[in-house]
Design a protein around this ligand. Sequence first.
Ligand SMILES: [Zn+2]
Length: 374
Amino acid sequence: MVTTLADLIGVLDAAYPPKLAESWDSVGLVCGDPDDEVTRVLFAVDATAAVVEEAIDWRAQALVVHHPLLLRGVDTVAADTAKGALLHRLIRSGCALFTAHTNADSADPGVSDALAAAIGLTVTGPLDPKPTAAVDNWVVQVPRTHSDAVLGALFAAGAGGAGSYHECALRVPGVGQFRPMPGADPAIGAIGELQRVEEDRIEVIAPPAARAAVLAALRAAHPYEDPAYHVTERAALPSGLGIGRVGVLPEPEPLRDFTARVTAALPTTVWGVRAAGDPDRVIERVAVCGGAGDSYLSTAARLGVDAYLTSDLRHHPVDEHLRTGGPALIDAAHWATEFPWCAQAEGIVAAALPELETRVSTLRTDPWTVGAVD
Ligand SMILES: [Zn+2]
């Protein structure tokens, strides 16, 4: 049986769900036919000209990258434009291009898990957790004779859980009571007489988007003219998904040693690794964010971590952050902080589709090329 690009995309989308991508991002298939056969897949941070050449020279049918080649509005992919030329090279060579960007950042495991693992952190959670989806909790009182019918209607309308568990409900037996007044049309009992009925109190969860459907199903299936029910929305709780990670080192160590640890763990770049803060400051709890993480400086400070490792930090935000007593900052090359993700993505694909040949490009796609190390 042949493995297709669609199979590869299925594995990548399961690991890095596109719905986790930020609204401004562009992720997924850039070029390629999902029906084409795939035998070789190359992984890289950037689809630079050199990486595209490597993919084609190796006769890969798919190049999986972190950074979108096309992010802003595109009017042309003509071959006489830089990006258009790359797309023509890829398409003519039968090589697809696929991007997992901020969806890979927020996934679990994601980009910052790979970075955290590379420097020896034990991750405790995301730096900026995404909230879980809100959930409705429906509570309905039903005469016991109709409990199964009402439950069935609620399930059919989308209540009762999703994913690995369906038809989830709680039934608590009890006794309901009511006195129909003149003008009522009671299903049970007579006007003016107090009725006591063996009832079940039924609780089910449902997505808020199904609220109208669940209410309609409840009214249709419930025997009473005016069913007793209430619905409450459970607060959106923090999840294990989100940008960045927080973790702990095996042993506390001075910032000087922690910086050396990061330098040794990440691939060498011209940019190198530099730290801001007292070299003797003791580091144990660390936040990391692969890629440009300066927008999470205040988040890291609020969490009270000892150090924050990210990239693309600038003079003034760093200076102001340190003046307010925030964590020590470690700034590495953007590419270097995301490079560990390539092996993570490769591992996920290799485990799911072991018949594929996979490889991580070792080309340094950091744009900085001249410096103390080159
Ligand atoms: Zn990046």
